[in-house]
Write a protein that binds this ligand. Structure first.
Ligand code: RET
Ligand code: FE2
Length: 292
């Protein structure tokens, strides 16, 4: 009786998608060798992860009033400039850029729950998400961070258990103190802990980013823009998603000479690091103005 149709309908699609993603990621992490998993990562990033950021052009059109082509060009120019600054920082100081990326990703992931758990509770949630694979799979995370150009990966990874403990403590405290918490706010961190303990860190990342973070954000942002149907949503994200694929491909010639696994990791993760900064700044402007 407790699960009336109404309470079931209250769960957003990501509530169900995420456990499905965990099972799929489990399959991906059992594939032999590293390349099949890398390919699943590339494909799911392209198809499921990126589109939530691609909605940024539509979000900006509404909240930055991009009502003429000049304003749109200025927005796109500013967005690309911020991304280029991150790439420049990565070039000059890869260790600092990587450490900063892990931290601002935690803040960004915290936005998923901040409207219920508060800003600090959100940061705890984000630190928990980043800390889990780093603390539980250090020998698998270190070489990936090295592929991203960090020569201090061992030091960064050594902070994992502390980050995880701090995140866990903040998250548990805010879950206990905030009656607004939803089932998802404690179920997902527990499911993520199991996933991080059992799966390859990249499979863990696929489960979280492609099956929880991206669909959750996409649902909130799309509803806010009045986009309800699949067709409408696809139309809204397609041009920016395709442009991002082109940018990712354009980055490859700059990485020639690196091993091909490092090229793929850099395009995906340094690319995400670059796009997340303008994405977060836009969200900072848009999210307080959303009604939900
Ligand atoms: C590189 C790397 C990691 C971090 C990934 C991050 C931090 C991704 C951030 C993505 C963002 C901010 C997307 C925005 O929507 C893990 C999973 C710790 C372990 C494996 C190697
Ligand atoms: Fe995001």
């Amino acid at each position: 009786m407790s699960t009336s149709p109404r309470s079931q309908n209250n769960h957003p699609p990501a509530f169900w998608l995420f456990p499905v993603g965990v099972v799929l990621a489990m399959g991906a992490s059992m594939l032999p060798g590293q390349w099949p998993l890398y390919m699943v990562l590339a494909l799911s990033t392209a198809v499921l992860g990126l589109p939530h950021g691609s909605l940024d052009t539509a979000v900006a059109t509404r909240y930055l009033h991009l009502d003429n082509p000049l304003r749109m060009m200025m927005f796109l120019g500013g967005y690309m400039l911020l991304a280029a600054l991150v790439l420049g920082l990565w070039w000059l100081a890869p260790n600092a850029a990587l450490a900063a990326f892990l931290l601002y990703s935690a803040v960004h992931f915290g936005d998923d729950v901040a409207n219920r758990l508060g800003r600090i509770g959100g940061v705890g949630y984000g630190l928990w998400i980043i800390g889990l694979p780093v603390a539980l799979q250090p020998t698998q995370v270190t070489p990936i961070l090295e592929m991203l150009g960090a020569d201090q990966a061992v030091t960064i990874v050594a902070t994992g258990p502390w980050v995880l403990a701090m995140g866990g403590l903040i998250l548990a405290t805010s879950l206990a103190l905030r009656p607004e918490r939803s089932v998802s706010d404690w179920r997902d961190p527990l499911l993520l802990a199991v996933t991080a303990a059992l799966l390859h860190p990249l499979a863990y990342f696929i489960a979280y980013w492609c099956f929880l973070h991206s669909p959750r954000h996409l649902e909130i942002a799309a509803r806010d823009l009045g986009l309800y149907g699949w067709r409408e949503r696809l139309r809204a994200v397609a041009p920016t998603t395709l442009a991002t694929y082109a940018l990712a491909l354009a980055a490859v010639p700059f990485l020639i000479g690196l091993p091909s696994d490092a090229v793929l990791m850099r395009v995906i993760f340094i690319g995400l690091a670059a796009l997340t900064v303008p994405h977060m700044i836009l969200e900072l402007i848009a999210s307080p103005r959303r009604s939900e």
